[in-house]
Design a protein around this ligand. Sequence first.
Ligand code: OSB
Ligand code: MG
Length: 368
Amino acid sequence: MKLEGVEIVRIAMPLVGAFRTSFGTEAVRETILLRAVTDEAEGWGECGAGEAPLYSGEHTDGAADVLRRHLIPALAGVADLDAHSVTPALSAFKENRLAKAVLETAILDADLRARGIPLSYALGAVRRSVPSGVSIGIADSVPELLDTVGQHLAEGYLRIKLKIEPGWDVEPVRAVRERFGDIMLQVDANAAYERGDIDDLLALDAFGLSLVEQPLPADDLLGHAMLGRRLATPICLDESILSARSAAAAIELGACRIVNIKPARVGGYLEARRIHDLCVAHGVPVWCGGMLETGIGRAANVALAALPGFTLPGDTSASARYFREDLTEPFLLVNGHLEVPTGPGIGVTPDPDRLAEVTVAREWVPVR
Ligand code: OSB
Ligand code: MG
């Protein structure tokens, strides 16, 4: 395959409701899409970055800059470019996994479209639909949270994840448990606690949670291992898992019993697949995380979530949970599940009119 160039499409899409976490509030999904143009097919990818570097060190305009100035030009010299040659070609550049992931995904999509192969098949999927959970932001009050949880359960979501932070943990968790009984319930702290907060975290053991996600800072694997020896609730890591290597270290150290696999965070779907395989070999359940993706990113996440080791419902919610109108045909919740796309590549493309409505800037980066 010969890469002719990549279009960087900056988008801004209002969310149906502001999403508040311990690290900030997101009301508009501001990110970039990439359209990779090759001599054989075009491919799409969506960047996991948001407007500000609050989840990780990357942000949307920084990702766009490293893509235009370093990552895309580095593909110019690659003979016979395919999905598997992207990561090696970018290996000299440190970090920047969200930016690397979107570029690899756009090339992967083009490669698979050229070959007529669906992403789900390429990754080794075994399911036609995937069970879906929903991630619920920090609310202004407990009654408001209970309303939101009730609505999502009525829609059919199979598990609820509550965002927590110090001061918003035991009270909302207790209220949801008391009101909705034996639902599948988990919490996500986005690294908002410190080792000294152990009593707050131990108090959550009273509520039969499926897991507590990323209580401590991303680089504190040892702290998670120490906490895990005292906590009955399984620890799941998100921000700490950057690669198959860091997943292996976390498992070996006893820092987690469950892994959230977010392809964006680990540099793409091929590394995500390797982490899946590693976790399966160690008997560690995994589930697919999300970054409030449009249908472009969601399609690929749903394909990944159909692999055999994804035994827990993911943050793979329907389009309507995020956007009034998606960029693609909407993903619908049917009996608590999303259907896995069946077409070649990621199986979806943006609707041109809808894309035009949300596009802030477009830039063509030629590859010579
Ligand atoms: O920590 O899982 C997270 C959204 C943005 C950044 C980080 C996270 C999240 C979510 C939402 O929890 C997941 C989704 O529904 O896409
Ligand atoms: Mg998380």
